[in-house]
Design a protein around this ligand. Structure first.
Ligand code: P6P
Length: 337
């Protein structure tokens, strides 16, 4: 990695003034996420070497067995964020309820809430497939000086001030936006520094890849079935290629670079789909729109959905704009079925 490239630290400082709340607190928050990412990356990369693989024996609110690395990643991000005078509350896939962060001496002066999926795709941990961390940041809406409330977390995705992911893959990358485009930083593990490797990331307008778990095909809405058949037809720029890693961050990242669509529709098994609105779909939708792509539940933009509960699930269609629009057209055409 050429050291001529800008580091994440330099990038944050250089771009801080562009951010309307540039009191430096958001920069400190992104820096805290950077630190936690390095710690979790170290644990993920050595997972095969110590007895940290496998389930922790507990289950989370989703009823999913918690992998030990899930628990560890959750603890690291919460600890790192809680230790800084910036965050007043944290919600996590691994926590039943949101966590109030308030150091006794600052009387609820912190302005930001953070929502995280600390280790998405964790079922892939034991088989050495990429996993990721997803984060979403809002300014609180209830009065500063009072304890944070659920209302601060149930904000539409359009109100995010920042969002991003860390992908622990063949290399570890941090990709994020503060509303001024999407930038990707690759970690040089030898020196523990993230370098700007993917400036101004944008989704190709269309692509050749569709990502969906076709094992659920018979349970999908008719519009999804018809769209998949459309992708498989030998016409025009098709057939497309099916690529599905089972790790949202990895599928999203590949599709953003190469062009593609990721779908997790509702099904007879998952009435609202599987993915959670607050700490999976909203941050990925913010990134997608900032990168010129699109994200919807098949009918309306993800970012316009008014959340009603912390662990709410929504159907998710996300990626290259023209591919998402085509899928939405099928959803609308067959919506009654
Ligand atoms: P399925 C991982 O659990 C996750 O939330 C996403 O990262 C991934 O795309 C999806 O679920 C995989 O779910 O039902 O296809 O195994």
């Amino acid at each position: 990695m050429s050291i001529k490239k800008q580091t994440l630290g330099e990038f944050i400082i250089e771009n801080q003034t562009a951010f309307k709340y540039s009191s430096g607190e958001l920069s400190k928050l992104i820096n805290a996420i950077r630190l936690a990412a390095k710690v979790v990356n170290h644990e993920v990369n050595k997972a095969g070497l110590v007895d940290i693989l496998g389930a922790s024996g507990d289950t989370n609110i989703q009823g999913e067995s918690q992998q030990k690395l899930d628990v560890l990643a959750n603890e690291r991000f919460i600890q790192t964020l809680a230790n800084r005078e910036i965050v007043c509350g944290i919600a996590s896939e691994e926590e039943d309820d949101f966590i109030r962060i308030n150091s006794a001496d600052n009387n609820h002066q912190n302005k930001y809430v953070v929502l995280i999926d600390p280790l998405d795709g964790s079922s892939n941990i034991d088989v050495n497939v990429s996993v990721g961390t997803i984060f979403s940041i809002y300014r609180r809406v209830t009065p500063i000086g009072t304890p944070v409330t659920l209302e601060d977390f149930l904000q539409p995705g359009r109100r995010q001030v920042a969002a991003g992911y860390i992908i622990y893959g063949t290399s570890t990358m941090l990709v994020y936006t503060t509303g001024f485009g999407v930038n990707g930083f690759t970690l040089n593990p030898a020196i523990g520094t993230f370098y700007l490797s993917h400036p101004d990331m944008t989704f190709p307008e269309t692509g050749k890849i569709y990502s969906v778990n076709e094992g659920n095909y018979i349970h999908f809405p008719e519009g999804v079935k018809q769209y998949i058949k459309y992708c498989q037809k030998e016409e025009g720029d098709r057939p497309y290629t099916s690529r599905y890693i089972g790790s949202l961050v990895s599928d999203f990242h590949r599709n953003m670079i190469k062009g593609g669509i990721y779908m997790y529709p509702k099904s007879s098994a998952n009435e609202n789909g599987k993915l959670r609105l607050l700490y999976e779909c909203n941050p990925m939708a913010f990134l997608a729109e900032q990168a010129g792509g699109k994200a919807s539940n098949g009918f309306e933009p993800i970012l316009d959905i008014q959340p009603e509960e912390l662990h709410q699930r929504v159907p998710f269609f996300c990626g290259s704009r023209k591919m998402v629009e085509k899928a939405e057209a099928f959803m609308q055409e067959y919506s009654s079925k």
